[in-house]
Design a binder for this molecule. Structure first.
Ligand code: BTX
Length: 326
């Protein structure tokens, strides 16, 4: 914690009550001038204060930034989010994360940006990352598992995000669409992109790329996405404080990826199936090589989607785009 974070923490927990500069100076054991300087910095960052005569400063509003000082105060994780690299603008948080991995970034390091100019999805597709309205982040994790287990972390992450959504919001039910989307009322609100840096038999690091539409209104999306995308705010019916939700997502992600590494896929598979909007539906899966149609019957222990075709034959799909059929 820096001194500025300490000061901010007092205001955030003061529930709107004024705090005097003298009290801050005494409690934090610094001069009033030092307090005043930190207050100026906070104002520059967009925090608004009112000066209440003889009683001190009162916090009026916080900037809509995924502020790192605030994030640390909300987090209850052990590792995830304890090191955060925060940017206004990057090409892609995945690219930054790759560099950080080369530089030895520890397990749980988070890269987060207000805006991405070249956010990407799978197979180099574009991911629309409007300024300040979403959660665009990459979590670097270093689980002790074999490279073939990497794809499962997409499913672990989907479960983690869905569970975080369920505990944070009340007006909608999120659904997982295999393998990497979370839908609300049939529209895409979240995409997950898992990448891996590995040696022959060991994962060095996974990059869990998470894009969540949070505060967009429908016309904030480009036209081609307006019929297929949605945001949490649209579905919940009110604006969302992003930093709180980021903390919830990181907590949930730490919990479920630790669960996976320790105890395997069992509990996560169950939660995944409970929230799945894919299992039991008729689907068309387009892979790089073929198109498979039929009923999605289950996912296997290794995260493969099993589809029962019209002739009764069951086919395992490792990676594909899924379209739900009527
Ligand atoms: P995907 O390949 O499954 O989905 C990409 C497709 O989703 C696009 O082709 C487009 O049709 C649609 N799409 C694009 N942007 C949005 C959006 N904002 N909301 C809804 N639909 C959209 C999904 O890939 C994985 C996305 C991961 C994004 C994160 S953000 C942080 C990290 N950095 C980065 O560059 N990517 C990841």
């Amino acid at each position: 914690f820096t001194m500025k974070d300490e000061i901010l923490k007092r205001f955030l927990t003061a529930e709107g009550e004024p705090i005097s500069g003298q009290v801050l100076a005494d409690e934090l054991n610094v001069s009033r001038t030092a307090i005043w300087k930190h207050m100026q910095t906070l104002k520059q960052e967009g925090y608004e204060f009112e000066t209440v005569k003889k009683r001190g400063y009162k916090l009026l509003s916080v900037p809509d930034k995924v502020d790192m000082g605030q994030l640390q105060q909300f987090l209850t994780t052990e590792r995830y989010g304890r090191q955060v690299h925060y940017y206004e603008t990057v090409e892609s948080t995945q690219l930054v994360a790759h560099e950080l991995i080369r530089a030895g970034a520890p397990d749980g390091t988070v890269v987060i940006a207000e805006h991405q100019t070249a956010g990407r999805g799978r197979m180099m597709r574009e991911w629309e990352s409007t300024e300040g309205q979403g959660i665009w982040m990459t979590v670097i994790i270093r689980p002790d598992v074999a490279p073939h287990q990497a794809p499962q972390f997409t499913l672990v992450t989907a479960v983690a995000i869905v569970e975080a959504m369920k505990s944070s919001f009340k007006n909608f039910t999120p659904e997982i669409k295999w393998p990497n989307d979370i839908l609300i009322n049939g529209k895409k609100t979240t995409g997950i992109l898992t990448e891996m840096v590995a040696e022959a038999d060991r994962i060095q690091a996974l990059l869990i790329g998470i894009g969540i539409n949070v505060n967009q209104k429908i016309d904030d999306f480009p036209e081609q996405l307006q019929t297929i995308a949605t945001s949490i705010a649209i579905e919940e019916g009110e604006p969302i404080e992003r930093v709180h939700f980021v903390a919830n997502v990181l907590e949930s992600l730490e919990k479920y990826s630790d669960e996976y590494v320790k105890n395997g896929f069992g509990q996560i598979k169950q939660l995944w199936e409970q929230s799945s909007g894919t299992i039991g539906k008729r689907v068309k899966a387009t892979t790089l090589r073929e198109v498979v149609e039929g009923e999605a019957v289950s996912i296997t222990e290794s995260g493969v989607l099993e589809i029962r075709q019209a002739n009764g034959e069951i086919k395992g799909i490792y990676s594909a785009d899924i379209e739900l059929l009527p």
